[in-house]
Structure formats: C-alpha cells, structure tokens
Design a protein around this ligand. Structure first.
Ligand code: HSE
Length: 441
C-alpha cells in the first residue's frame, strides 16, 4: 500500500518530479512506495517529455485535490490563482501539501498554514527557496538549536547571472538582459526577477522560518537591479567590491526594553570581494546563515531548474510519506486532526515587527554626475556633514566635458539621514543627477 501523489502541473518542475517518481532505482527505497496517481494539466494534447499512462492525466484539477485516495498534493503549477484555491481545497480535504510556489506562500502563507494547522496536515516548501539547495529543512530542523541572527542570500539566479556577466564583460544592464533573454536565462517578462520581487518572496519565507513569526510580504523592502550600471560595477571593483542582489533578514539592533524588530529587505549591494557571497556567480544561489552558537554556515548550489527543484520537491514528499508510514504502522491517528511533528509543521501565529528602512543603519555608495566647477565636492561634503552622514571615501576619476562623476562611500549612517542629505543635494545647483545609490554590506 503506497502513498498516492496528486501532481498539479507538468511544466519544468512537474516534469522533473515525475521523472524521479517514475525512476526510483538507486534512490531511497521509500521512493518506490510513491505512486504518481493523478497529474493535473491544462491541456491533454501537449507533447510531453515524460510518458505517463493515459488515465493519470486530467485537466480536472479539482478532482485531484478532492479525491479521497490522494495522500499528498504536489503543487508545482506556480502563480497565485488557482494555485492558492487548490491548495486550500486540498487542505480542507485533509491532503498534505508539497509546493514550490514561493509567490503564493509569501502572500497567502497566513491562511494556508492556519488551515493546515486546523486540518492537521503538513505544507512543505523546500523547493520554494534556493531550488535544489536544502535550506528550509536546515532552518526548521538542523539549525533549530541556534539563536539565529541573520540570513543573507543570493536567491535569484537570473539577476546573479546578469550581474556576473556585467562584472566579467563590463557590459550594461539592458544589453546583457536582452542577451540573457535570448539565451533563455531570463524570462520574456523579467519583472519578477530583475525588480527583486522573486527574491523578496523568498526572503519573506526564510525570515519567517529563521525568526519564528509571520512576515507581511508588503513590508519587505524591495529594490531591483535596473539602476546598476557598468560604471557602478567598475567603481565597485576599484573600491574592492562586487555588486550582488542580496536578500537580507536580520534582527535589528535594539535598545534595552524596546520590542524586537527585524530588517527584511532586498537590494543590490556592494559586497567585499573577500566575503563568501562575493564569489557566488552565474545562476548559482547561496544562503549564508548566522547564529549562536554555530557561527556562519553557507548553503550553495543550483537555485532553479527541473532536476534541482524536483530534488527538493521529492524530498519533501518523502518526509511526509515517512511520517505517514510510521502513523499507519502504529495506527497513531485517532479521531480528529493527527498531531503534527512540531519541527516540520509551521506553528507561527504572530507577525514579526519589521523596522522601517529610514531607521536602519548602513553604509551607502552614491554616484553623482555634477558640473565640473570649484566647490562641488565641498558642497556635497558639507551637506552630508550637516545630516550626520560621515564619509569614508570620495572618488572622482572621470570628467567628460563639463560633467564630473563623483562616487561617495559613507561610514555606517542612519538611512533617514542619508536620504535627507540626498534630497537636498539633488536640489543643489551644480548637481546634474544621482543615477545610483546602493548599500554596502
Ligand atoms: N526566477 C527564479 C530565479 C527561478 O531566477 O532564480 C527560481 O525561483
């Protein structure tokens, strides 16, 4: 008597998942007990790279999530709807859920996990962050004895590919994005990736697990990489940095007796070349977790793709199947919802407080285009000083005609003060433009 799997979606990840389930040799013996029972697709006629018996495929996805025979519903269709409704309906029918859907979990995790806790079912999502990299389960289980301090990740392969090529070739964002689209490394509509939305979904999930509370997705500060130019990459290089799109969740330094707040944010960041994340290139992802007493631990690997993502999906299925097997063996399920493994299930009820960006302390990089006239650097320095923004370095290497390019790196400063200084500088005579402001790790 195996475990019946209802798979929703047979795209890249669904196909990878089906391939593992249909080819169990030399994997964990429990894979042989997983029965790919129903697969929900949009069209029955589409050519497939995986061969399934005719009776397995259906376009009636509702019939899968309500089928009494199905034990585990695997949602790999993506998008918000109908994924959300199908997950909720499956939970109402007491199905355990495995999903790769970071967008749905980051936005609707609240109602999904509340419903799952009430129904006594698991919702596992290893594939939602970092593709094949095991990071969700380590946060829930292997690292759960630690007091976690920070999670810092490169969690979007598309932007890491683009930034790596900009770094290596000296090219501009728009040209390399177009080439990445041509080569299939970036979507035709690249918004979710290049504007940081995908990374923001993922860090909301990681923050929730690391800090034991729910995160409102709308409170995650999010900046993408469109503003990063070849000039910024070149300046960063001279100053000893590479530019990466970082997703950061950390405990905000707090004064005594003040309630704890978190920082949860996504933005392009100058990363010192010696930092472990600086050498994570191309489409690879990495997540650096800091805690007490472990110190630093970094997870690195393929963050997307059929095989890696399916690896995470099937591992989640196996985790649930293992628990069901023990339950069936010991007949542990009595009336009502079964007890859930407290490390594997999500039991957060409260929301984490997120610190407003203007209250954070950070180092900043800013690039100014100014008139090449006496006193401009002095005026910049005075304005920053008036707002308690202390400068670490001021570089002027390029003068084109009447335009000078000045790059400033600050010490640790209050973001609110930096923004006020920038607003004043923007209005000054002699300042033509401030094309880029970035944070420094
Ligand atoms: N669009 C994502 C990326 C795919 O580029 O990393 C995996 O979530």
């Amino acid at each position: 008597m195996g475990f019946k799997i209802g798979l929703l979606g047979l795209g890249t990840v669904g196909t990878g998942t089906a391939q593992i389930l249909l080819d169990p040799a030399r994997r964990h013996p429990l894979v042989q007990e997983l029965d790919l029972y129903r697969v929900g697709v949009r069209s029955l006629d589409k050519p497939r790279s995986v061969t399934l018996p005719d009776h397995v495929l259906t376009t009636d996805l509702d019939s899968i999530v309500t089928d009494p025979a199905v034990d585990i519903v695997v949602e790999v269709m993506g998008g918000l709807e109908p994924a959300r409704s199908l997950i909720l309906k499956a939970i109402a029918h007491r199905k355990h859920i495995v999903t790769a859907n970071k967008a749905a979990i980051a936005r609707f995790g609240d109602e999904i996990f509340t419903a799952a806790a009430e129904a006594g079912v698991y919702v596992l999502l290893e594939a939602a962050v970092g593709g094949g990299i095991p990071v969700i389960e380590p946060l829930k289980q292997s690292l759960c004895s630690n007091r976690l301090q920070a999670v810092t990740g490169i969690v979007n392969g598309t932007t890491n590919y683009i930034l790596t090529r900009m770094q290596q070739e000296g090219g501009d964002f728009a040209d390399i994005l177009a080439d990445a689209q041509r080569l299939g490394y970036a979507e035709a509509d690249p918004t979710a990736d290049v504007d940081g939305l995908d990374a923001a979904d993922k860090i909301a999930i990681l923050a929730s697990l690391a800090f034991g509370g729910r995160i409102k997705r709308s409170e995650v500060h999010c900046e993408g990489i469109r503003q990063v130019s070849a000039a910024d990459i070149a300046y960063a290089e001279k100053l000893g940095f590479v530019i990466k799109l970082l997703a950061i969740a950390k405990r905000n330094p707090q004064a005594e007796n003040e309630p704890e707040q978190l920082q949860v944010r996504v933005h392009p960041t100058l990363v010192p070349k010696a930092h472990p994340l600086a050498s994570v290139n191309d489409v690879y992802n990495a997540i650096l977790i800091e805690g007490e007493p472990i110190g630093q631990v970094m997870f690195f690997g393929p963050g997307a793709g059929a095989g890696p993502t399916a690896s995470a999906v099937v591992s989640d299925i196996l985790n649930i199947a293992a628990i069901l097997k023990v339950e069936r063996g010991s007949r542990a399920v009595s009336d009502g919802a079964p007890l859930l493994d407290p490390l594997l299930a999500c039991s957060h009820q409260h929301y984490c407080a997120i610190a407003p960006m203007e209250t954070l302390t950070a180092r900043f990089y800013a690039r100014f285009l100014t008139q090449d006239t006496p006193g401009v650097i002095g005026k910049l320095g005075t304005c920053f000083g008036d707002h308690q923004v202390s400068l670490e370095s001021v570089v002027q290497t390029d003068v084109r005609g009447q335009t000078a390019e000045i790059v400033v790196v600050t010490h640790d400063v209050l973001e609110g003060n930096f923004r006020k200084a920038l607003a004043e500088i923007r209005a000054m005579s002699g300042i033509n433009d401030i094309p880029t402001t970035l944070r420094v790790l």
